[in-house]
Design a protein around this ligand. Structure first.
Ligand SMILES: [Zn+2]
Length: 497
C-alpha cells in the first residue's frame, strides 16, 4: 500500500478507482488527524481508497452514560461526519460491552454487569437490555448519526473463542485452570501504544499479581467462574466468560476485517484496553491492527473530576430536567477541541444555549435574504473566507473552535448587511455544511415558514384595514408558538424567541 500522499495520489490515478476527480482527491488528502500511536498529527490516508473502517470503543452497559462518556462518543460522531464531508464512505462500528468488563478495567474485581444486577436485584441480561436501550436513546436525542452496527459482546462469543484458541495454539496465550492469559513476553511490542514498559508495569501497583500468571503483566483473555451469571461452555470448561479486551478485537475483526483505519476511545482506554487489543489482534493475524488511534480527553465538571461523592456525575436527563434541549449539551461537548480538557458548568451550558440560538437566527436571516432573488450578489468573499477557515480548521485535527470562529465572522458580515443575493444563498449552504458536522442548528422548514408567512400576510391586511384586534391576535398567536414579529422599514420580519 502506498504510504505518502503523492504515492497515494498516483496510485489512485493509475488504478481503476475513478469515482473521484483528482481535485476532490487533493481535497480529501488534506485531513490531518492526531495519532496516539505516533504522538503526532498525520495526513489521513485510508487503507482502501475511499473507504474508512472505523471502530469506536462503546459503552459498558451497566449504567446510563454520563456526560463525560458522551463526550468521547461524540468525538467519534464528529470524526465520522468530517470524514463523510470529505467524501469517504465510513464503515463505523461501535460496540456494546455487556459482559466481562471488570471493576478495575483489568483482571481484578467483580464484573460491572453483575455488580449492577445485584444492586438492582435483577439479572445481568436485564441490566444489559435496559442500559443498552438508554444508551441508544441518548445517542438519538443527541443527534448522533447511527453507526453501521452496534455489536454486542454476548453475541460474539464464538468469534472471541476462535481468537483465544488461535492464540493458545501459537503459544501467545496459555491456560491455567480454566483461565486463559495472554503472555506479554511473547509479544515484545507490548507497550508500543501507551509507552508503558513491561518491567515498569511489573514494578508498578497497577498490576495486581495473580499467582497463576507466568508474568505479572499478562492479561486475561478468558476466565472461568462457576458463580458468574453470564457464562459459556468452551474448551477451557463449562463456566467461562471473555475478558473485556478480546471482545473488541473479535468484534472489530468480524465487522470490519483484520485491519482498521481508525480506532477510537476515551483517553482512559489507551492502557490497558487498547494496548491489549493491539497485542491480541496483531499476535493473532500478524498485521497492523489499526493505523490511527484517536482518543478524546476527559470532561471536567466545575473545573475538577466528576465524582459520585460530589454529586456531579450528570447524565442527559439531568440536563433536560433543567430545561436545556439535548442539542445544547451536544454543542457544549463538541465546541472545544477533543484533545483539550473541556470544562462543564451550568453557566457554560447557558452560554451554549445562547450561541446555538445565534446560529439559528443566522440561518433564519440567511433564509430570508436568500429569498430575495432580485438582490445583487454581495459579500461572496465573506462566504469563501469562512468556508476556507472552516475547512482548514476541521482538517487540522478537527479544530471545531476554528470552524465556529469562521461561522462567527460570517455572522458579523451578515449582521452588518454585507451579504445578499446569491452570496446569501451560498452562505446558507455554508451554514448547512457546518451543521452537517455540528448537528445542532434548527433550520426552519418550508412548511413552517409558509404557515408563518401566511399569518404575517393576514396581519398586514388586518393592519391596513385598521383591524387592530385581529392584528394583535395574530401577533399573540405567533408569539405563543415562539415566533416574534418585528416591524421594520422593509416590512415585517420574524424571529424565534
Ligand atoms: Zn474496546
Amino acid at each position: 500500500m502506498a504510504q505518502t500522499c503523492s504515492e497515494y495520489l498516483n496510485f489512485i490515478l493509475t488504478s481503476s478507482f475513478g469515482r473521484l476527480s483528482p481535485q476532490s482527491l487533493a481535497h480529501i488528502l488534506t485531513f490531518r488527524l492526531y495519532n496516539t500511536f505516533t504522538n503526532q498529527k498525520e495526513v489521513f490516508v485510508p487503507l482502501t481508497p475511499g473507504i474508512v473502517r472505523m471502530y469506536n470503543c462503546g459503552p459498558t452497559v451497566y449504567g446510563r452514560p454520563h456526560i463525560g462518556n458522551l463526550r468521547s462518543f461524540l468525538f467519534a460522531d464528529v470524526l465520522r461526519r468530517w470524514l463523510e464531508y470529505k467524501g469517504f464512505d465510513v464503515k463505523q462500528v461501535m460496540n456494546i460491552t455487556d459482559v466481562g468488563h471488570l471493576v478495575d478495567d483489568a483482571d481484578e474485581g467483580e464484573d460491572k454487569m453483575l455488580a449492577q444486577a445485584a444492586k438492582e436485584k435483577i439479572d445481568p441480561w436485564a441490566v444489559a437490555e435496559r442500559y443498552m436501550k438508554e444508551f441508544l436513546s441518548d445517542l438519538g436525542a443527541l443527534n448522533f448519526l447511527p453507526a453501521m452496527i452496534y455489536p454486542r459482546a454476548t453475541d460474539h462469543i464464538p468469534e472471541m473463542l476462535e481468537m483465544v484458541q488461535g492464540l493458545v495454539a501459537t503459544g501467545y496465550a496459555y491456560e491455567v485452570d480454566g483461565d486463559v492469559y495472554f503472555d506479554v513476553s511473547k509479544f515484545p511490542a507490548y507497550g508500543k501504544l501507551s509507552g508503558n514498559r513491561v518491567e515498569d508495569l511489573v514494578a508498578g501497583s497497577r498490576i495486581a499479581v495473580r499467582e497463576e500468571k507466568r508474568n505479572p503483566a499478562d492479561f486475561a483473555l478468558w476466565k472461568s467462574d462457576e458463580k458468574h451469571l453470564m457464562k459459556w461452555d468452551s474448551p477451557y470448561g463449562p463456566d467461562g466468560f471473555p475478558g473485556w479486551h478480546i471482545e473488541c478485537s473479535a468484534m472489530a475483526r468480524k465487522h470490519l476485517g483484520e485491519q482498521l483505519d481508525i480506532h477510537t476511545g476515551g483517553e482512559d482506554n489507551v492502557f490497558p484496553h487498547h494496548e491489549c487489543e493491539i497485542a491480541q489482534s496483531e499476535a493473532f493475524h500478524g498485521k497492523q491492527f489499526a493505523k490511527f488511534w484517536a482518543h478524546a480527553k476527559f470532561l471536567q465538571v466545575d473545573g475538577g473530576k466528576m465524582s459520585k461523592s460530589l454529586g456531579n456525575v450528570y447524565v442527559l436527563d439531568d440536563i433536560t430536567d433543567r430545561g436545556f434541549e439535548p442539542r445544547v449539551l451536544r454543542y457544549t461537548l463538541l465546541r472545544g477541541h477533543y484533545r483539550q480538557p473541556l470544562n462543564f458548568t451550568w453557566d457554560i451550558l447557558e452560554e451554549s444555549r445562547a450561541s446555538i440560538e445565534n446560529w439559528d437566527r443566522l440561518a433564519q436571516d440567511l433564509g430570508r435574504l436568500s429569498e430575495d432573488v432580485e438582490a445583487a450578489p454581495l459579500g461572496m468573499e465573506h462566504v469563501e473566507r469562512a468556508r476556507k477557515e472552516f475547512e482548514e480548521g476541521m482538517d487540522d485535527d478537527l479544530m471545531v473552535p476554528r470552524a465556529l470562529g469562521a461561522m462567527g465572522t460570517l455572522r458579523g458580515a451578515v449582521g452588518r448587511g454585507e451579504v445578499a443575493g446569491e452570496a446569501a444563498r451560498e452562505a446558507l449552504n455554508f451554514v448547512k455544511s457546518v451543521d452537517s458536522i455540528l448537528g445542532v442548528i434548527r433550520f426552519e422548514d418550508g412548511s413552517l415558514e409558509a404557515s408563518i408567512q401566511s399569518r404575517i400576510d393576514a396581519r398586514t391586511q388586518a393592519r391596513s384595514a385598521k383591524d387592530w384586534a385581529e392584528s394583535d391576535r395574530i401577533r399573540d398567536e405567533l408569539l405563543a408558538e415562539g415566533i416574534a414579529l418585528e416591524d421594520g422599514p422593509d416590512g415585517v420580519i420574524w424571529r424565534r424567541v
